[in-house]
Design a protein around this ligand. Structure first.
Ligand code: ADP
Length: 657
């Protein structure tokens, strides 16, 4: 796979994983906190619902108290004249409609102290029965205190109280798959809010009790009040947000949850799970619940009667759709942000990959250039490429490679020159040695022949020429022997500056130095070197004369001495002469190499110089620019042993043999 694709894919995978993890964690957390928040709200709602329910019970009690105080009930009981109670009939309502603040009951009964019915406002003909089966009545008479509670009454009992209620009590049961099992097809019981108020005479003696009741079957007053109080009739997408229900057992008897036909879902049944928890175990149930036709975040709480028996449930619920949509929106936002992040990551990684690859290509080119021998190659400065460190490292490497290569080449040149000169020197020495003796013989016998010759002999002149040329040959042979010869053995500690100055003194007054400016820059901290004074003088003389030859009577001769970084003594002799042709440079130290006219130079000066310096353990280098001048640099090792002031004069005690 291409590097760029790998970079892009790597980037995308990293972004994907991060985004996926962030999304999952984020969505889970938001879902959880939303659900917790909604459940807390539903819990609060059910508490408010309980308050509304209790308020209705209390209101019933107050209504009875009001009636007891305002109506001539005392007289009716004591005198037995029930006609005065006829007015109470107006309190019995005909339907469930109720003007606000208006008192309206479904049942109103006056009983004596034994619980026997004296007067039944909604059914005046039915009287004389004892209603102590009603715990509310029983408790009220026993304790002489007002009592109230919801109770369950059977159809017959309810109808006996108020015949008009027969229609409202019966509720057809609408079973669904999930609902708890209920055998009956029609609910015949009713849940009644019951209250009893004790009637006492002036002495506090119990005369009886006023008993009131409101049938909750199909009475929507409480649930609608809860809905208004808790949900403020809030709507979501045209649907009511919150609902409330009163259950008798598991059957809805009063609710504002609507069926698909937009009727109140009276007669529908709760789920088994809810039934078991609330009716079975008497605990609240809070959670998601499928109610009639949609999901609601719901809360159910048990309704107890006065004997602490669970008779039904109170329910509040919020439509889950709003929170579901909120959750969906969150997911969409997360997914959207992730997608946008990935697109950005793709472009960023693509651009980044491109720039990295571009730079790698440049590096590749550079390494190829270096591999092909272009050691001077340097990377161009990248515009904010971020690769400065790499570029610098590469450039440094290239520079040090070049440096090392140059030094290697120099060393190699020096070695080749040394080797060549060494073999040349050996050969020259061998030849010179072989020729030296015969030349000695020729000279000896030529001189003998010349001595015995008659002065007038015409051959005498020829003989003299033979002797002259033979002597010249002998001189050359002697020079050749010098080139290969080891120093004479007069080695001593020498001050190089002193040797330079004495050599200069020997020649500076000669005619060839006229018109030549001589400059000396001699370091005064030089350590002594171990050397042969006369031979080193020979070296400097040679170099001075060559320099003046090259300048042909005009120019500057500069002599510099200094201590090198490695502790060696360096002497540079520079001229401003004609310089040396590049092609000649490798050969100038070879014996007999000369560019001078025949008879002008032997080509032995530099080879002898080279031989002497080498025998001193040093080396000589040349640098020349044709037309500009030449510099010979001699490097000599410092003398070993205890340091003492170099005098330039041989120090006998240090000489080696
Ligand atoms: P010779 O001086 O007899 O020619 P050398 O060995 O001293 O022999 O020099 C060899 C050659 O090196 C010279 O012929 C000359 O071409 C060249 N040479 C030496 N020194 C210099 C210099 N300072 N400037 C220019 N060329 C030089």
């Amino acid at each position: 796979m291409k590097l760029q694709s790998r970079l892009v894919i790597g980037f995308l995978i990293a972004t994907c994983i991060t985004a996926a993890v962030a999304s999952v964690v984020g969505i889970t957390m938001i879902n959880k906190s939303t659900l917790e928040e909604v459940q807390r709200k539903v819990q609060q709602d059910i508490n408010t619902a309980k308050l509304v329910y209790r308020h209705n019970l209390e209101r019933l009690e107050y209504q009875l108290q009001f009636i007891a105080l305002r109506s001539p009930i005392h007289e009716a009981i004591t005198s037995g004249n029930l006609s005065t109670l006829e007015d109470l009939r107006v309190i019995i309502r005909s339907g469930t409609a109720l003007a606000p603040g208006h008192m309206a009951l479904d049942m109103l009964t006056l009983v004596d102290t034994s619980g026997r019915v004296i007067y039944r406002a909604a059914n005046p003909h039915a009287k004389g029965d004892v209603i102590l089966w009603d715990s509310v009545v029983r408790n009220c008479l026993n304790e002489r205190k007002p009592k109230s509670s919801a109770i369950v009454m059977s159809y017959d009992v309810i109808v006996a109280q108020n015949p008009n209620l027969s229609e409202r009590v019966k509720i057809p049961i609408l079973k669904t798959e999930k609902s708890v099992e209920i055998k009956e097809k029609v609910l015949t019981d009713g849940m009644v809010l019951r209250a009893a108020y004790p009637i006492l005479d002036r002495n506090g003696r119990l005369l009886g009790a006023l008993v009131g009741g409101v049938l909750l079957n199909r009475d929507y007053d409480i649930v609608d009040t809860i809905k208004q109080t808790v949900y403020l009739d809030e709507r979501y997408h045209g649907r009511d947000m919150g609902f409330s229900t009163i259950f008798l057992g598991g059957v809805r008897i009063s609710t504002n949850v609507m069926t698909d036909r937009n009727e109140r879902a009276v007669g529908t049944i709760c789920s088994k799970e809810v039934y078991d928890q609330v009716i079975g175990r008497g605990k609240d149930w809070v959670g998601r619940a499928f109610v009639v036709n949609d999901w609601y975040i719901s809360a159910y709480t048990p309704i107890w009667d006065i004997d602490n028996t669970i008779i039904g449930m109170l329910y509040t619920g919020i439509l889950e759709a709003k929170y579901r949509d909120m959750r969906l929106r969150t997911v969409f936002i997360f997914v959207g942000v992730t997608a946008v992040g990935m697109v950005i990551a793709f472009f960023v990684s693509f651009r980044l990959g491109q720039s990295i690859i571009r730079r790698i290509r440049i590096l590749h080119q550079a390494t190829e250039a270096i591999a092909s021998g272009d050691l001077g190659y340097q990377l161009p400065p990248g515009r904010s490429s971020g690769f400065d460190m790499l570029d610098n490292a590469f450039n440094n490497m290239a520079r040090s490679l070049k440096d090392r290569d140059e030094r290697l080449q120099k060393a190699f040149q020096r070695i080749t020159v040394t080797e060549r000169l060494a073999s040349l020197g050996q050969m020259a020495a061998g030849v010179a040695h072989e020729i030296n003796n015969p030349l000695g013989g020729i000279l000896l016998f030529s001189n003998l022949v010349l001595e015995e010759m008659d002065p007038a002999d015409p051959s005498r002149q020829n003989m003299e020429k033979i002797i002259y040329q033979t002597e010249r040959c002998k001189k050359i042979v002697q020079s050749l022997l010098d080139f290969a010869r080891t120093p004479s053995g007069d080695m001593s500690r020498l001050d190089v500056n002193h040797v330079i100055l004495t050599s200069l003194n020997l020649v500076k007054d000669q005619s060839i130095f006229h018109g030549i400016e001589v400059r000396t820059e001699l370091a005064d901290n030089l350590p002594p070197v171990m050397g042969d004074l006369s031979r080193l003088e020979e070296v400097f003389l040679n170099l001075f004369i060559n320099a003046t030859d090259a300048m042909s009577g005009r120019g500057t001769l500069t002599i510099v001495s200094r201590l090198s970084g490695t502790g060696m003594v360096k002497i540079a002799i520079s001229d401003t002469g004609k310089g040396i042709d590049k092609a000649y440079l490798p050969h100038i130290f070879e014996p007999f190499f000369t560019t001078k006219d025949p008879g002008q130079g032997t080509g032995l000066g530099l080879s002898i110089t080279y031989g002497i310096i080498q025998k001193h353990g040093g080396f000589i280098d040349v640098a020349s620019e044709p037309g500009a001048g030449t510099t010979f640099t001699i490097t000599l090792p410092r003398a070993n042993g205890p340091e003492s002031e170099g005098t330039g004069k041989p120090q006998e005690e240090c000489s080696i043999g």
